[in-house]
Write a protein that binds this ligand. Structure first.
Ligand code: CO
Length: 148
């Protein structure tokens, strides 16, 4: 495994729409392993492929209860709302309140291409939403609560 550089705000790559991941091979596994090492080293709870310069639809999340790898994730159900401070490894030393669904269900594939369905609530649901947004070039700062 190897740590990778995290792309920072201002780089166009963070604003691109990522393409579907079609191959589930050793190369993908290597990148996923590197992403996990990179995320843990940066003390993050999630990381999306474009943040390491790869314009493909996958991301990882670990809020402290185990690593989740989501390849080609789609949010299929959501309910409730939560508003809390959110940050991003690509936007260092900043956070701001964002409203997200309280619960989400995500359909995706695992690293071997098997279909999976993962449900989450609270911080984990927030992390899923944040990372999946990255795959469409959306950053949390686009969604920050406007104070009245
Ligand atoms: Co982020």
């Amino acid at each position: 495994m190897a740590k990778r550089n995290i792309v920072k705000i201002g780089d166009d790559i963070l604003r691109k729409v990522c393409r579907t991941q079609l191959t589930f091979d050793e190369k993908l596994h290597q990148i996923l392993d590197d992403m996990a090492e990179t995320m843990y080293a940066a003390d993050g709870v999630g990381l999306a492929a474009p943040q390491v310069g790869i314009l493909r639809r996958y991301c990882i999340v670990d809020i402290g209860d185990g690593l989740v790898e989501l390849i080609n994730p789609v949010i299929t159900e959501q309910s409730g709302t939560q508003t809390d401070d959110e940050g991003c490894l690509s936007i260092p030393n900043q956070s701001a309140p964002v409203t997200r669904p309280m619960k989400v269900t995500v359909r995706a594939q695992d690293r071997n291409g098997n279909n999976i369905v993962v449900s989450a609530e609270g911080l984990k649901a927030r992390a899923f939403c944040h990372e999946i947004d990255h795959l469409d070039g959306v950053l949390y700062i686009d969604k920050v609560q406007k104070t009245v």
